[in-house]
Design a protein around this ligand. Structure first.
Ligand SMILES: [Zn+2]
Length: 450
């Protein structure tokens, strides 16, 4: 029996959904023009009459903005917050995103914004089979990021119980005493939690946990499959950000559903000039969609998420939902260019998590790309952790890694055959990787080329 949080919206047929999207595009554009200093200038500077943006395809005529645009239009760049699009009286919270460079971006959230964010997570939880009987440990951090708080608000709507730990370092007592049915965290937090519980004598497979929700960063299908196997339960992906993308996989595991009535996603070509056809990979550019009459503290029109993804399908999903599905987005900042091909951190992860490798490895990895001893040679060194690997198995791990990495990369495979591209897999003991000494989210693929 399929279950929906908002059946009317989630199962709307394509043409009614497109009509609703277009209505909201018009209201949102008008709202932005009327309420935000940034957009008012932006429309006139670019010679655009906001009334001419009638349907979602018209968004292509607007320039794309980025995180940098936000940073340049807030203190100290400007005296006030030019993206702020409501009275201070309506601002419920101020969030910041921990930018990789410079001042964090400020986001102003009204209670309407929070309600819309919660609605997106509530839909996604229901699509993953959650309900009032669930007890969920949230390992995502509460604070300036919206994720954990939004999930907690969503849980209230579904009557779920939340155990708001915020971190994954909780005592095993939490598992045995409260018998949670699900845990939300990143793939690596959940892997480490598994190892720690096993060490403390708790078999995660035999525990009360029947689902995991992984988010916070992109991951390979292989690492998800491994996590699902060791925990003995499905792992669902959610992709959320303070900017308001909150997409979630349903139990069909057929891509992440985009809540199309609340956020519009366009996929651009690498030059950011045009949309790509469905099925092609491109840059995810989002536009907030406001229902008529609602308020927003920060609006984003044509915002470059700096993530790349592909539309899987706009046809109805087997779960009954009609909202489009996308593949797990990857961070553009984790992509490197090598011999005319691109390689993402997730590609390295996929190689590490090859099924037969995982009988020796714990999944932790770090990779470095550097120039080789001879000119024109590039070396990818991948460090992995294991308690016990003999030289024969190390070589097999390396072979499986290389095979996965070079699959679908003909150019790179040719360079590998010509000895202009080499791969070295290095095995260190558990806890031996350099990244454990670094603070914050580690960079697992580092380009050290000059
Ligand atoms: Zn579905």
């Amino acid at each position: 029996m399929p279950s929906f949080y908002n059946p009317e919206i989630e199962t709307k047929d394509r043409s009614s959904l497109d009509t609703l999207i277009d209505e909201r595009v018009r209201y949102t554009i008008r709202y932005a023009y009327d309420r935000s200093a940034f957009y008012r200038h932006w429309f006139s500077e670019n010679g655009i009459n906001p009334d001419e943006i009638r349907v979602h395809e018209d968004l292509l005529s607007l320039p794309v903005i980025s995180g940098r645009t936000i940073r340049e239009h807030q203190p100290p760049g400007t005296p006030d917050f030019q993206f702020l699009s409501t009275d201070w009286r309506n601002v419920f919270t101020i969030q910041e995103t921990s930018g990789t460079s410079g001042t964090p971006k400020s986001f102003f959230l009204t209670w309407d914004d929070w309600k819309r964010y919660a609605e997106k997570y509530a839909r996604s939880f229901v699509s993953q089979g959650f309900g009032p009987e669930d007890r969920v440990v949230v390992c995502a951090s509460y604070g300036m990021n919206v994720g954990a708080n939004t999930m907690t608000l969503a849980a209230q709507r579904l009557g779920m119980t939340i155990i708001p730990f915020g971190k994954c370092d909780f005592s095993s007592r939490i598992i045995t005493s409260y018998r949670p049915t699900a845990i939300v965290g990143s793939v690596f937090k959940l892997l480490r939690l598994y190892r720690r519980l096993e060490h403390e004598g708790i078999r995660p497979k035999e525990s009360s946990v029947i689902r995991l929700v992984a988010g916070g960063e992109s991951f390979a299908d292989e690492s998800r499959a491994y996590l699902a196997e060791i925990w003995g339960c499905p792992v669902y992906n959610t992709y959320g950000s303070t900017e308001g993308t909150m997409c979630g996989e349903c139990t069909e595991l057929a891509g992440l559903h985009v809540p199309e009535d609340l956020v519009h996603l366009d996929i651009y070509d690498p030059e950011m000039k045009t949309f790509v056809y469905d099925g092609n990979c491109g840059r995810a550019v989002l536009t907030t969609l406001l229902p008529e009459g609602s308020k927003a503290g920060t609006l984003l029109l044509n915002y470059d998420t700096e993530d790349v993804t592909t539309v899987v399908s706009r046809l109805p999903c087997a779960c009954g939902r009609t909202h489009m599905r996308i593949v797990n987005p990857q961070r553009e900042s984790e992509t490197i260019h090598i011999f005319g091909t691109t390689m993402n951190r997730v590609d390295v992860e996929a190689g590490v998590f090859q099924y037969d490798n995982m009988q020796f490895l714990n999944g932790e990895y770090e990779a470095f790309l550097s120039e080789g001893s001879s000119r024109n040679e590039i070396v990818l060194q991948v460090n992995v952790e294991s308690t016990d690997v003999d030289p024969v198995n190390r070589r097999l791990i390396e072979e499986r890694f290389v095979e996965r990495l070079l699959k679908h990369r003909r150019e790179l495979a040719q360079r590998y055959a010509d000895h202009r591209f080499s791969v070295i897999v290095n095995v260190v003991g558990e806890g031996g990787l350099g990244l454990h000494k670094l603070k914050g989210r580690p960079k697992r693929l580092v380009d050290r080329r000059a």
